[in-house]
Every structure is written in C-alpha cells, then in structure tokens.
Design a protein around this ligand. Structure first.
Ligand code: COA
Length: 370
C-alpha cells in the first residue's frame, strides 16, 4: 500500500475502550451527516450509546489503524430475533467508513473480512441493507447473502407543503409525486370503504393512548403475545426497548402505549428529525388492527401538529398494517431491500425468509436510521 502520509500497513483490530474520540473524528470526516437522527445530546453520547460497551458482554466493533491512527471502522448492531421457534443473534454492520484520504485501497474490505472472521462467528445471521456500492460489492463476495423476499418498503404520507423546520423539503419528491398519481384512485376508493367501516357515532374504543418515556415489564408480556403473529421479529423486551427508545442518547422518541385495564394492547414510537416524522415502531396484539389504527392515527395527528413535512414508515411489502397505512394515505416511495446471510448453523432455520409472504415485522427502529 502506497500513498501520501501512509507509512505502515493497515491493521484491523477490535475496538477498545479509549478509541471513542478517534472513532468519532473518523466518523465526522467520513459522513456528511452523522448520526442520521437529530439529537439533543452530543454526538459522543450517541456514539457511546450505540457502541453498547456497557452491555454484558460488551458489543464488539472493528477498527483499522495505520501507525496507531484510525483510518477505518465498522460498528455492529446486534439484536436477538425470534425466527419461527428459534432465537437467533442477528447483527447488522453500521457506520462502515474509511478516512477520505485512504479510500479505494482495500481498507474497507480489510475491516469487513476482520468483522466476519472475528465478530460474526458469535452470531447467527448477518443482515445488510446498505445502498453504497462499495459496501454491496464487498458484502456480495461471500456469495451467500440472499434478499429477504418480503421486501422492505418506504411508505410516506405527506403532511405539509412546507416544513416549519426551515430545512429542505422532502427527499425523493419525484417518487412521491408519481406515487400520488398512481394512488389517487385507490385513496378515493378506500375513503369510501373507510366511511362505511367507521360510521358516525361508533362506540369509543375501550383502550386509552398513554404517553410514556420508558417501558415497564408489561411490555414483555405484550411482546410474547404480539410476536406470535410473526415468524421473524426482533425481540422487544423491556431492556431492549428502554435502550432503543427510552434513552435520550438514542434520540427524542415519542412513545405511546395503548392500554386497557392496565394491559398493553399495542405501542407506537415516533421520532421527529430534520423536519420529518418517522414511525420507528408500531406493534399491536395479533388481530388488533383497531388498536394499530388508533396508534397510527395518533402519530399522524402529532406529526401534523408538530408541522412535520411528512411522516415516514418502513414495513415489509406484506404486513398486516399495510392496509391501514394505505387508508391513511401512505404511499410507497422506494424499496429498501435487506439481505441476510446465515453464519454457521442450519440454513433451514432462516430459509423461510426466501418466501415473499413470510410474516416479518421489521420497522425503521430495527435499523440505525432513526
Ligand atoms: C464505503 C467506504 C467505507 C468504502 O471504503 P474503501 O476502503 O474505499 O473500500 P475498498 O477500497 O475496500 O473497496 C471495496 C470494493 O468497493 C469498490 N469501491 C470502492 N469505492 C467505490 C465507489 N465509490 N464506487 C464503486 N465501487 C467502489 C472497490 O473497487 C472494491 O471493489 P474491488 O475489490 O472489486 O475493486 C468508503 O467509501 C466510505 O467511508 N464512504 C463514506 C461513508 C459511507 O458512505 N459508508 C457507508 C455506510 S452504509
């Protein structure tokens, strides 16, 4: 390896406590906007939150150094998923980056190979969704990664023509306009259906929407029931949920639970970031589309009141809540294909992901994009 300023050879190793400052400055140089989500804490606090070094065991990440300087990194984002009857350790690689002066010299490939050799053997499944060409090129090399057939889609409902946040408007406006034209007739039709399904004077729901900042142990019971409707779903345990959404270092999330007689029937998590509202998660008990609909309606009203330009949601193409989103005027603006790779273990455990109608619950909050 040659080039200005390069003396030694790049060496990958595991992230160590004490690397945080160097890692943050590398990330700052590599990404135009990091983190993706708008925060009220310092980026260092967010990084510490994300690295999960206080977990037991601490999460592992890869860095690449040259002469003791960090020039490359790849963080991991681990989550236990229910995959039919099994529990699988699923990990995504995130914040993959190389110092701008050292790109296209194989450093990312080095980081990736190290991650796969050193960290991946502890895991069961690797998920990737990057749309960056270099990342795709490297991830495809194993020849083992396959698309999750029930493809992830980006659904957007436009709320206001102008955002009050003074930022640029909607990204991908052209896609939205096309989708709007496509869906005009559908919305008109479904509005009529909606008018029939919710007659004036219908009884008020028996549950209450409760704003909260943390999840309590009731979420575990709720999740055990809610998960039964899905073959592939990340565990929404109390500890996980409070790390993911109840920690201010992760973001300012608006959490709402739907409760009846002290029991949780569903919840939603909403984020407001860069002028847009994002549904980080939405989940209700099996068959309780009425509860999911009320949580969704509440999220839309909140986003409207906050003068967000749009409200975004990610869901697999086939998902019980798709009809609710369409009724509420959400339109698909893009696909976000996800790929999986079985690490060791039997491929049959995840073979159902090849089925386009696999029952998958996967939302924006399962990624680090919110
Ligand atoms: C993406 C990134 C990490 C790649 O790092 P890198 O060290 O330059 O990548 P490598 O040199 O290991 O290249 C890996 C492969 O991708 C190819 N590649 C690298 N940059 C590329 C580019 N801009 N476009 C297309 N292919 C590219 C390389 O040619 C190589 O393929 P090859 O071995 O078949 O030739 C780096 O460009 C970066 O930090 N980008 C900004 C941060 C970012 O967007 N991260 C992705 C987050 S999902």
């Amino acid at each position: 390896m040659t080039g200005p300023g390069i003396a030694g050879s790049p060496t990958p190793r595991l992230f160590r406590d004490g690397d945080e400052e160097s890692l943050l400055s590398l990330i700052g140089l590599a990404f135009s906007r990091w983190p993706a989500v708008e925060l009220s804490v310092e980026p260092m606090d967010h990084l510490r939150w994300k690295l999960r070094r206080d977990a037991q065991p601490p999460s592992q990440h890869t860095v690449v150094e040259i002469d003791s300087c960090l020039v490359g990194a790849e963080n991991t984002w681990e989550h236990v998923f229910k995959a039919k009857e099994r529990r699988l350790r699923v990990f995504r690689t995130c914040d993959s980056c190389v110092h701008p002066d050292y790109r296209k010299r194989g450093i990312y490939q080095l980081a990736y190979d190290f991650t796969m050799k050193t960290i991946a053997p502890e895991m069961d499944v690797h998920l990737t969704a990057s749309q960056v060409r270099a990342i795709i090129r490297v991830a495809e090399r194993s020849g083992r990664r396959r698309p999750i057939a029930n493809v992830m889609q980006v659904l957007v409902r436009r709320l206001a023509l102008k955002t009050s946040f003074g930022e640029r408007g909607l990204e991908g406006d052209w896609a939205l306009s096309t989708a709007l034209l496509r869906a005009g007739v559908y919305i008109a039709g479904s509005s009529l259906k909606l008018a029939h399904s919710r007659p004036w004077g219908a009884a008020k729901p028996g549950w209450t929407l409760v704003p909260t900042s943390r999840f309590d142990e009731r979420i575990d019971t709720f999740f055990d029931d809610a998960a039964s409707a899905f073959d592939f779903i990340g565990l929404r345990t109390m500890d996980y949920m409070n790390w993911r959404y109840g920690d201010i270092r992760a973001g300012d999330f608006r959490i709402t639970t739907a409760e009846e007689g002290g029991r949780i029937l569903g919840f939603s998590v909403l984020a407001l970031s860069h002028g847009r509202a994002k549904i980080a998660d939405l989940l209700a008990l099996p068959g309780r589309l009425d509860v999911a609909a009320s949580l969704l309606g509440d999220a839309i009203r909140y986003a409207h009141a906050a003068r967000a330009a749009s409200i975004d949601c990610w869901l697999p193409r086939r998902h019980p809540y798709r009809s609710l989103l369409r009724r509420e005027g959400f339109l698909r603006t893009a696909n976000r294909p996800h790929f999986f790779e079985r690490i060791g273990g039997a491929d049959e455990d995840v073979a159902f992901l090849d089925d386009p109608s696999a029952a998958i619950h996967f939302t924006l909050g399962d990624s680090d994009l919110v």
